[in-house]
Design a protein around this ligand. Structure first.
Ligand SMILES: C[S@@+](CC[C@H](N)C(=O)[O-])C[C@H]1O[C@@H](n2cnc3c(N)ncnc32)[C@H](O)[C@@H]1O
Length: 285
């Protein structure tokens, strides 16, 4: 596969791709995402607005596969529900125009469950159908892949070749304890003021549990509905970015630029992919 990684973030698709193919170009507007991507993969993504990227530039990459995770806010339970009308879908709409002009041979799109049945889903399916490509709409969650984390997601997989359906694994989630840092960062503990205000809304888990909630980009700022918090003998703390990265299946060597704030690290992780689940979606190609 010669891959265009669109909305590349910290490079979750590239992590999942491994030896299945080569990323010929990655695109993301975020400086923090691109610095993290470059640190981990050695290549610098193109800091380009995808809503205006010219057809000639995309065609020049000679990619046969598009892997993409467009912004999910237009389709999120807590988002705008505006789908294609949301300004954050502008880049997706433009990419659908490019698809008409220069379609890839294969495509995998990842998004939240709310993408299914949306106008964007209908538009993508129309483009795929017009090319006579095969399509599978998959729904999967890492909690079935042995990871103690929920992150239900949709994968639209399309190819000119017939697709290879793969049953979703049904592995028991491991203990959260296996994903914790050897040494705790005490600054992650929540102070009494925060506990007073948010305690009742916190999703609390313990090291002996086999589950955690989906960590979203706002985990560094929000307490309720943003992910789980760990209860230990010392109190209640956030999961560290390294712990969230392990729960997403990122490799142990995954790093952030030193200067990146805690908040920015959580934002990138919350926007990223569960790597084993994305790898399973790629196996359908
Ligand atoms: C859902 S995240 C994708 C994360 C990625 N799959 C990963 O593994 O980290 C969406 C990404 O798209 C980028 N993005 C959003 N709108 C964009 C646009 N119009 N042009 C280029 N990048 C955009 C954001 O900066 C963000 O990193």
């Amino acid at each position: 596969m010669r891959v265009l990684e669109l909305f590349s973030g910290l490079g979750g698709w590239r992590q999942a791709l491994r030896s299945r193919g080569t990323v010929v170009a990655a695109y993301d507007v975020s400086e923090a995402a691109n610095a993290t991507y470059a640190l981990n993969h050695g290549d610098q993504p193109k800091a380009r607005e995808l809503a205006t990227v010219p057809l000639a530039e995309v065609a020049a990459q000679e990619a046969d596969t598009w892997l993409m995770s467009p912004p999910c806010q237009p389709f999120c339970r807590m988002g705008s529900h505006e789908g294609l009308d949301d300004r954050r879908s502008r880049a997706f709409r433009h990419l659908m125009d490019l698809f008409e002009e220069a379609p890839p041979d294969q495509l995998v799109l990842e998004n939240v469950d709310g993408f299914l049945g949306s106008d964007a889903h209908a538009l993508l399916s129309e483009r795929i159908r017009a090319e006579g490509m095969h399509q599978l709409d998959l729904q999967a969650c890492p909690s079935r892949f042995g990871l103690p984390n929920r992150r239900p997601r949709v994968f639209i997989v399309a190819s000119r070749k017939p697709l290879d359906p793969r049953p979703q694994p049904d592995l028991a989630p491991r203990l959260l304890a296996d994903f914790l840092d050897a040494e705790e960062d005490h600054s992650l503990y929540l102070g009494p003021e925060i506990l007073d205000r948010h305690y009742l809304g916190l999703d609390l888990v313990e090291p002996g549990d086999r589950r955690s909630a989906c960590f979203i980009g706002g985990y560094g700022r929000r307490f309720v509905g943003s992910g789980s918090f760990l209860k230990t003998e010392q109190g209640i703390r956030r999961f560290s970015p390294a712990e969230v990265a392990r729960l997403l299946g990122l490799p142990e060597g995954f790093r952030f630029p030193e200067t990146l704030s805690l908040e920015a690290r959580y934002r990138l992780l919350g926007n990223s992919l569960s790597i084993p689940v994305a790898a399973w979606a790629l196996d359908h190609l």
